[in-house]
Ligand binder design. Structure first.
Ligand code: XIL
Length: 389
């Protein structure tokens, strides 16, 4: 096989009669074939899981390329969409469990920690949840009853199979106030406490999490940590807080990432990075202003790397991932999980967010499933950590 792979170079070397040393050097030059790259999960410190969110084609076993990467590299999976309310419980009396059952079975078959994402969120939740049959807005009592029914049904079904649940997702605004959502509007501040109570009742063994983005912003982080305190004061359980980790090449800073992890741990729970990806395309808020012409123009102006990520940006991305993993390893005893939001760049949600139809490059594997320099940078950090005294 090796001979076939290095083809004409080997033939040339043999013809020149340079012997084995030269052959070895030639293999080296070609780089290690993708399948021989190390597995991230084998390099992680004990107690720190590494995983990816997978989409339905992947959990259905219909994406062999991503499937092979997930099986070899990771020991935890998250469902990109299929456990969200709108997908698993689209109508009041209808649950669509089959895709989620296959997702859970996929993780179990590979001995992975299977994550549940998510129970209570304002997005991807059908309008019927927040309205009554007569069209009126749901009351506190009615919405709490729906919440309890949904949580006990979904968590109950996967009791003992799902390792941990994102119980509430994205409940706070950037300034730390409660996000204005139908949940908050109808139930009030304690909707989060209720969700954690119902989740614990449905599976007392499953880990329970609060999950949000931009927790590196002190005001928002303070709100999440206040929630931890409130839950504990009421004798309710929360095991970890997840910073999603939808970051850019420059934001947040290393110090902000570090403070996020240490502050969460300081509140007496574990920290997790739950949806890691690094956006390489412009996201300047000015570009999304009202006067901004059309979406097509926005896409044209910002779809910078449609034909591939150039070497300089590959290196920038690699350095950024290396920096992040350096922090994760330094703080590994405060962290329980790092999950990428996707497997290869081909299916990252950032190809369509916040601008639809762009070509983004936020993950460790490119569109062909080849590991990028960013993958090597992560491996280098893990190997340096493993080799350290
Ligand atoms: C995203 C999915 O990746 C997309 O496929 C879907 O269209 C929208 O949601 N924060 C979260 C995730 O908690 O659930 C979101 O996932 C990304 C942002």
């Amino acid at each position: 096989m090796v001979i076939l792979k290095i083809g004409s170079k080997l033939a040339l070397i043999l013809a020149l009669g340079c012997g084995l040393t030269a052959v070895a050097a030639s293999v080296e030059e070609q780089g290690t074939p993708a399948q021989e790259k190390p597995a991230l999960k084998a390099l992680m410190p004990k107690g720190l899981l590494i995983g990816a969110a997978i989409n339905q084609r992947q959990s259905d076993g219909k994406d062999a390329l991503a499937g092979a990467i997930v099986e070899r590299q990771f020991n935890t999976i998250s469902p990109e969409n299929i456990l969200k309310w709108g997908l698993i419980h689209p109508e009041p009396k209808r649950y669509d469990f089959e895709p989620a059952d296959r997702y859970v079975a996929f993780g179990q078959a590979h001995g992975m920690a299977v994550i549940g994402h998510n129970l209570i969120w304002h997005n991807q939740t059908p309008a019927w949840v927040f309205t009554e049959a007569d069209g009126a807005r749901s009351t506190r009592e009615s919405l709490l009853a729906k919440m309890q029914q949904h949580i006990s049904t979904v968590v109950g079904r996967y009791r003992g199979k799902i390792h941990g649940w994102d119980v509430v997702n994205e409940a706070f605004d950037e300034d730390g106030s409660y996000r204005k959502t139908p949940w908050h509007e109808a139930i009030g501040d304690d909707f989060l406490l209720k969700a954690f109570e119902f989740a614990h009742d449905a599976d007392p063994q499953a880990e329970l999490y609060y999950n949000d983005y931009n927790l590196w912003k002190p005001a928002k982080r303070a709100a999440a940590l206040r929630l931890v305190k409130q839950l504990k004061e009421r004798g309710l359980r929360i095991d970890a807080v997840g910073e999603q980790g939808h970051w850019s090449l420059t934001t947040p800073t290393a110090a902000e990432i570090d403070a996020t992890i240490t502050d969460i741990a300081g509140a007496g729970v574990k920290a997790m990075i739950t949806e890691l990806d690094i956006d390489v395309l412009p996201r300047d808020p000015k570009m999304f202003g009202a006067d901004l012409a059309t979406r097509a123009q926005l896409k044209a102006a910002t779809d910078l790397y449609a034909s591939g990520l150039p070497p300089a940006q590959q290196q920038q991305l690699a350095a950024r991932y290396g920096e992040a993993f350096g922090i994760f390893l330094k703080r590994h005893d405060l962290l329980t999980r790092i999950t990428f939001w996707g497997v290869t760049d081909a299916h990252s949600w950032l190809n369509d967010f916040p601008v639809p139809g762009r070509t983004n490059h936020p993950l460790l594997w490119d569109r062909q499933g080849q590991p990028k320099p960013a993958f090597d940078a992560v491996v280098a950090q893990l190997q340096a950590y493993k080799g350290a005294p």
